[in-house]
Write a protein that binds this ligand. Structure first.
Ligand code: FAD
Length: 498
């Protein structure tokens, strides 16, 4: 606990508009925030991963977390933006003369019920988007039926952790579920795990399960995510060759590490490089094999790419770049140039494809994803799509884009939920993702297809910098290391452009 004891009180003029004042009350870190002409007292830690909200950005009557950009309402504590699920505590602010004191904790007000209780909503896919849509529906006090149907045998889980702490062995398995199973029972969300939807019968308004059952819907959300692209070379189906998308994949991979000493990672994208860091943390030898000239070069540009390569090399990772894989042997990956990269375990991380098969078979418009409008509605009214599978109109660039980010999938789930309830909301959120490599976290806001026009402020090697990517003379995306506030401000500036 740092800062003043706010139960004892402080001078009111110490609370400056838009600048959280950190203190403590009732045994908890609490901050006072002056915003929109009022002073609010709220918990000072984010309900997602405990980020310091006192170092966050105050926008209107909300505060945004510097770590993963979750957003909370200062008056009610309610979540206003993913990736958080739970509200933060709010406290009474008592005024005596020129002093402010933090009083008792306030009881959250229930949200007014929205939507018709006879409506039946079916969500296919219980990942980031599907789960968040279901939560949003219940938080909106929707009283109709919600069927959340997921192929995974597990309850919805924290997928980004699978290449980070969980793979490194630093996160116990009970961190991974987003909610315990009992949560879904309490909220009357009919979660079916291990439940594959095999067909959509859109004119009959029903989905068909692989066991033949039919589940009727009034509104349907397709949140089927994306599937890893397999490598089509001899040996790629051997038991020591792995993909990483699901918790099951990750468990299998970890089990396979038991006897392994040398790992070859095929692909130099975010998941491959994060996995490299996690496997180094387990003491394995790690080699990256990739056809790219520079890891992640097409996403982050040459300077950040070179920095990431140096960072991984300093941690003992070796790179075999501009090398494509010809075959996988039991003890090595063999490249097209004839190089043998010794490996007793191989992880293929060469990208994903949107899981559009169900939607395509049902006749929905598809083009590198399910095409949706700004309300995330597909070409069939009442059928929505969200997350990695959906390709939507980006309000900033005017282009149709599909992004593969956790918090974006969740935010799309929330917007789709609102639209399914008949409360129209456009999806205009600024894309955001983070990526962790050893002790370096990258935060990226916006969307840019081009890395030819960029400016770097600060120093990559000092892990203190901001990289701005321009398209047509305007900032399209901003990457930061060690500058969380600038990341939040960049997201806000992009937001204001709509
Ligand atoms: P998913 O979360 O993939 O969920 C889709 C679900 O649909 C799956 O559970 C699938 O089983 C189910 N499904 C598919 N078809 C059917 C069917 N026919 N019937 C029933 N169920 C079906 N993003 C970041 O922003 N930051 C990160 O650090 C980050 N790290 C990542 C690390 C890893 C290892 C991976 C794999 C991804 C990471 N991502 C990260 C990306 C992020 O996880 C995805 O963008 C996000 O999960 C997409 O959410 P989604 O709901 O669209 O899809």
């Amino acid at each position: 606990m740092t800062g003043p004891d706010l139960e004892q009180g402080i001078e009111e003029n110490a609370v400056v508009a838009g600048v959280p004042l950190l203190g403590h009350a009732h045994g908890e870190a609490v901050m006072l925030v002056r915003a929109e002409g009022e002073v609010f007292a709220v918990a000072a830690n984010c309900s997602h991963y405990g980020g310091p909200l006192s170092q966050g950005l105050v926008v209107g009557g909300t505060v945004r977390c510097p770590w993963h950009h979750a957003c909370f309402d200062l008056k009610s504590g309610a979540v206003r933006g993913a990736p958080a699920f739970n509200p933060i505590s709010c406290y009474q602010v008592q005024r005596t003369g020129a002093r402010l004191r933090v009083g008792p904790r306030l009881t959250p007000e229930a949200e007014a019920a929205v939507g018709d209780s006879s409506t039946n909503i079916v969500i296919v896919g219980a990942g980031a988007a599907g789960h968040y849509a279901a939560e949003t529906l219940r938080q909106s006090s929707f009283r109709g039926a919600i069927h959340l149907l997921g192929r995974d045998p597990s309850v919805p889980y924290d997928r980004p952790n699978l290449s980070k702490d969980f793979l490194a062995g630093n996160a116990p398995e009970d961190w991974i579920p987003l909610r315990p199973r009992v949560y879904y029972e309490e909220k009357a969300i009919h979660l079916e795990t291990g439940a594959e939807v095999s067909r959509l019968e859109l004119s009959a308004r029903q989905v068909v399960m692989s066991d033949g059952r039919r589940v009727p819907f009034d509104r349907l959300l397709l949140a089927t995510g994306a599937d890893p692209v397999p490598l089509a070379v001899p040996g790629a189906d051997a038991p020591h060759v792995h993909l990483l998308r699901t918790l099951e994949d990750c468990r299998r991979l970890i089990a396979g590490l038991g006897q392994a000493k040398r790992v070859a990672l095929i692909g130099s994208g975010f998941i491959g490089l994060e996995a490299a860091a996690s496997l180094r943390a387990r003491g394995l030898e790690v080699a990256v094999v990739s056809p790219d000239a520079a890891p992640l070069g097409r996403v982050v540009g040459p300077e950040v790419s070179a920095f990431l390569r140096r960072l991984h090399e300093q941690h003992g990772v070796t790179f075999h770049l501009q090398e494509s894989v010809a075959r996988i042997d039991a003890d090595a990956v063999v490249t097209a140039s004839g190089r043998r990269v010794p490996a007793d375990l191989v992880l293929v991380a060469i990208g994903v494809r949107p899981a559009t098969a169900l939607a395509a078979a049902a006749g929905l418009a598809i083009d590198n994803g399910i095409l949706v409008d700004e309300h995330l509605e597909t070409s069939v009214p009442g059928v929505f799509a969200a997350g990695d599978v959906a390709r939507y109109p980006d309000p900033r660039s005017g282009k149709r884009i599909r992004v593969e980010h956790w918090a974006v999938a969740q935010k799309m789930g929330a917007v789709a939920a609102s639209n399914m309830l008949g409360v129209p909301r456009r999806f205009v959120d600024v894309p955001f993702f983070w990526s962790v490599h050893y002790d370096v976290t990258l935060a990226y806001v916006g969307h840019s297809d081009s890395v030819t026009d960029l400016t770097i402020d600060g120093s990559l090697d000092a892990r203190d910098c901001r990289v701005q990517y321009q398209e047509n003379g305007r900032i399209a995306a901003v990457l930061t290391i060690g500058r969380d506030m600038q990341s939040l401000e960049a997201a806000r500036a992009l937001e204001l452009r709509v």
